[in-house]
Design a protein around this ligand. Structure first.
Ligand SMILES: *Cc1c(COP(=O)(O)O)cnc(C)c1O
Length: 394
């Protein structure tokens, strides 16, 4: 029924298979059930043996979860997807699926603060090493790879500096070395960037952000090839159990319907706010990949169809000025997370990236006067006026 020639915004609304085939419901049912009855003892045995398809128990699989996974795989143009209770559960399960004790992987150093904390606090306990390098230089990635390296992990655009990493370049290295490439596509979403089409093997999302879009759900998703996803589903995911709830899966399915319109607005607002900030006398510098002054503007254009709503900017002054700005805004909400309808403002050095040592912060470009802005879908003039009054009051 669904025509694959339709464009992304249409596909996001109509989904891969249209409404519920049984009832015609255009909103998928929420299967709020932990367990599913067997027809008889043989049916139960066949389900467990994998001879028959069906549902057993919601830690293993739930129909609303399946509906979400199908749509995410469809939109990312991958074969299959696996949904989790959080982006971190998605990342941890991915790492545990690809690595054994003694293995390592190479990661970009500029990443989500929680990902960095996972590398530092948890992985050493199980003997898996995350080698964080400056992924802006592909040679640094290649040099860090040895015979126990299982994959390359990158986040692009990257948290919190909004720098861009060359996905095709990383895919080429991974192919040559016989290892995998995993891309965190949280900031761009499949609307603006499809890492699997650029050569990545797996895509991970914090669906908490733009996929959900309304600041009401914590969730994660991994998308990739069928056999890889099956290994993950039947292995670590099932046995560790960082699953998504049926209701949260439904909220994300609802979020997908408006993904394209929300992203359009985040993006046009993002561009205008970035331009406004780059001419503001109280602002030292702005990082937004849509600006021609962004050092990787051309690279961003070559792998993204547009630039999204995430901005980093550096106020004139230091830590004190940064904090004063945060206390002077009235419309922008002081909060972590991103990709919500509301504009969110955060000071990475004291909050989201406080798991970095001062030295590591410097290395990855997190300065005390840097502010991260997740531009919302409000009227852009109101956001601009708020930032302007706060910058002047600072
Ligand atoms: C938020 C975030 C994560 C972690 O996801 P949770 O849903 O908070 O567990 C990972 N990567 C990026 C880029 C994020 O923004």
């Amino acid at each position: 029924m669904v025509k694959k020639t339709w464009r992304f915004a249409t596909l996001a609304v109509h989904g891969s298979e249209g409404g519920d085939p049984v009832t015609g419901a255009i909103s998928p049912p929420i299967y709020q059930s932990s367990t599913f009855a067997f027809k008889n003892s043989q049916h139960g045995a066949d389900l467990f043996a994998g001879k028959e398809k069906g549902f057993i128990y919601s830690r293993i699989l739930n129909p609303t979860q399946v509906a979400l996974e199908r749509e995410m795989a469809f939109l990312e143009e991958g074969e299959d997807a696996l949904a989790f209770g959080s982006g971190m559960a998605a990342e941890f399960t991915t790492i545990m699926t690809l690595c054994r004790t003694g293995d390592n992987f190479v990661s970009s150093g500029t990443i989500y603060g929680g990902t960095h904390a996972l590398y530092q606090k948890v992985l050493p306990r199980i003997g898996i090493e995350a080698r964080e390098v400056d992924a802006g230089d592909l040679n640094k990635i290649e040099e860090a790879i040895d015979e126990r390296t299982r994959f390359i992990f990158i986040e692009t655009p990257a948290n919190p500096t909004i720098s861009i990493i060359d996905v095709r370049g990383c895919a080429e290295i991974a192919r040559r070395k016989g290892i995998k490439l995993v891309v965190d596509n949280t900031f761009a979403t499949p609307y603006y960037q499809k890492p699997l089409l650029l050569g990545a093997d797996l895509v991970v999302h914090s669906a908490t952000k733009y996929i959900g879009g309304h600041g009401d759900t914590v969730a994660g998703i991994v998308i990739g090839a069928k056999d890889q996803m099956l290994e993950m589903r039947k292995g670590i995911a099932q046995e560790v159990g960082g699953i998504i709830s049926p209701f949260n899966a439904w909220l994300l399915l609802r979020g997908l319907k408006t993904l394209a319109v929300r992203m359009d607005r985040h993006c046009t607002n993002g561009m205008r706010i970035a331009q406004f900030l780059s001419f503001h006398p109280k602002v030292e510098r702005v990082s937004y990949p849509g600006l021609r002054i962004h050092p990787q503007h051309e690279l961003a254009k070559s792998q993204m169809s547009d630039f999204g709503g995430m901005i980093a900017f550096w106020v004139k002054g230091g830590l004190e000025e940064g904090k004063r700005l945060m206390d002077a805004v009235k419309l922008c909400t002081l909060a972590v997370s991103l990709g919500d309808c509301d504009t969110l403002i955060v000071h990475p050095a004291s909050t989201t990236h406080s798991s970095y040592s001062l030295e590591d912060m410097k290395k990855v470009g997190i300065d005390p006067n840097m502010i991260r802005l997740s531009v919302g879908i409000e009227d852009v003039h109101d956001i601009m006026e708020d930032l302007d009054q706060a910058l002047r009051a600072m």
